[in-house]
Design a protein around this ligand. Structure first.
Ligand SMILES: *Cc1c(COP(=O)(O)O)cnc(C)c1O
Length: 440
């Protein structure tokens, strides 16, 4: 993009200028419609999400057997929701705004197997692929007890197949660990920002880690290329995969059940706001789709991105989607938030979800680190920086009252809302690394 086009884009969209200045922004999405109107654009259905939930149920005996840490939940990979009363008070004072409602945290940071939101979509796609191969080979029926997959015979079978993925780290961890345990040959193409401990953990698990000097986009390209040259190699496409998206979407129905058990009321007068850190978009997009299926117009999903990597906000706001990258506007895509350092958003997710998202905001790395420290101090919970991206959400919504009112969400409703911040990763960060985060 030449300087002229940059300037045209800034003239047409004043918010783009703010993004280029790396100033934190909050944008209430003027393209948002009712759930009913927006849903058909997703191109996926409630039945498909239900099918995904049932597939995960079939695999529960395998997961229990291969990953004993999942046994406590009977092989279902799910995280707890916890209240953050102390942090909410602290931030009300620090930010000088009253958030209203209740602040809750969804601890995907502590999901078993890979300690991030990627344990939803990534693992689901590997399981879907394994099931298809085994059923086509006549080795497995849906009515079988899938714990038989945790056997030498099946590992031998899967060893004739390969899986490849490009990742900034967490997707690679999920896909690498589960693929290797099933017996697949697996390559994870890691971008330059990938953490050393994640690469080591993968290598210890028998995964081939390929490292790049460049960012996530390049790692994905190379993964795609590797798979294209080998008919037995399956490439997991973080940018376009409907399967990944459906794996994430299963979260919606589970959250509904959890909030019901916690006696948290969600209705028109008591809306649920959910704040989701966004990288390429599949994780937050899939979860938001599942939440919309579960709660309809009573849930408001808001995406959070680093000020240095606001790719989804840029794509949806300008309507250019994956035809524009943050780098083309001179934004460097450098952030300490693993998983969020993505310069070009998924075109599939942006187009599927743009009518169903209430808003977007950007957060500085400095604020993510500050929030990481406060959460550790006030609630004794340790997360990685990216998992804090959504935390300013409730206060940003208060500041955006007028724009929300224009979307039909009154200050009264906002004051009675439940604010669920999606903590996307951090449960497996080694202690030395966590000490560095806390000292940053
Ligand atoms: C991957 C990731 C995200 C965002 O998911 P996308 O599908 O890339 O949008 C958020 N937080 C963490 C910790 C992640 O690893």
């Amino acid at each position: 993009m030449d300087a002229d086009m940059q300037q045209q884009l800034k003239n047409a969209f004043p918010l783009v200028k703010t993004l280029c200045d790396l100033e934190p922004v909050t944008w209430i999405n003027s393209k948002a419609t009712s759930t009913e109107e927006g849903m058909p654009y997703v191109g996926l259905t409630a039945d498909q999400v239900e099918e995904a939930a049932q597939r995960l149920q079939r695999f529960a005996p395998f997961l229990m057997s291969a990953f004993p840490e999942t046994a406590a939940a009977q092989g279902i990979i799910e995280s707890a929701i916890v209240p953050l009363p102390t942090l909410q008070k602290t931030l009300d004072v620090r930010l000088g705004i009253k958030s209203g409602g209740h602040l809750l945290l969804k601890k995907d940071s502590h999901l078993p197997i890979s300690g991030s939101i990627k344990a939803r979509g990534g693992i689901y796609e590997v399981l879907t692929h394994a099931e298809k191969l085994a059923i086509e080979a006549g080795l497995l029926k849906e009515s079988d007890d899938y714990s038989i997959l945790n056997s030498q015979a099946f590992r031998e079978f899967f060893s004739h197949y390969r899986i490849a993925v490009g990742s900034t780290g967490n997707l690679g961890l999920s896909i690498g660990i589960v693929s290797a345990r099933l017996g697949f040959g697996v390559s994870v193409h890691m971008s330059a920002d990938g953490r050393e401990w994640k690469k080591n953990k993968l290598r210890v698990n028998g995964v081939n880690v390929v490292e790049y000097e460049q960012d996530y986009g390049m790692a994905v390209e190379q993964g795609r290329r590797e798979a294209a040259s080998d008919p037995r190699c399956f490439f997991i496409d973080d940018e376009n995969s409907r399967t990944l998206f459906l794996g994430y979407a299963v979260a919606g129905g589970r959250v509904r059940k959890q909030l019901k058990e916690m006696q948290v009321k969600v209705d028109a007068e008591h809306p649920l706001f959910v704040y989701l850190p966004c990288g390429v978009g599949g994780g937050p997009g899939g979860v938001a789709f599942g939440l919309k299926l579960a709660f309809g117009d009573n849930v408001h999903c808001v995406f959070a991105e680093p000020t240095h990597s606001p790719c989804m906000l840029l794509g949806v706001h300008t309507g250019l989607h994956d035809a524009v990258s943050v780098q083309q506007l001179g934004i460097d895509n450098l952030t300490a938030a693993d998983g969020l350092a993505v310069g070009r958003a998924s075109g599939f997710v942006g187009r599927a979800m743009e009518r169903l998202l209430t808003g977007f905001f950007t957060v500085s790395d400095r604020q993510m680190f500050d929030l990481l420290g406060l959460l550790a101090r006030d609630e004794h919970l340790k997360l990685e920086p990216s998992a804090l991206a959504g935390m300013p959400g409730p206060w940003r919504m208060q500041q955006a009252q007028d724009a929300l009112a224009a979307q039909g969400i009154s200050p009264q409703q906002l004051s009675q809302a439940t604010h669920l911040v999606w903590a996307t990763g951090g449960g497996m960060v080694p202690e030395e690394e966590m000490a560095r985060y806390l000292g940053a």
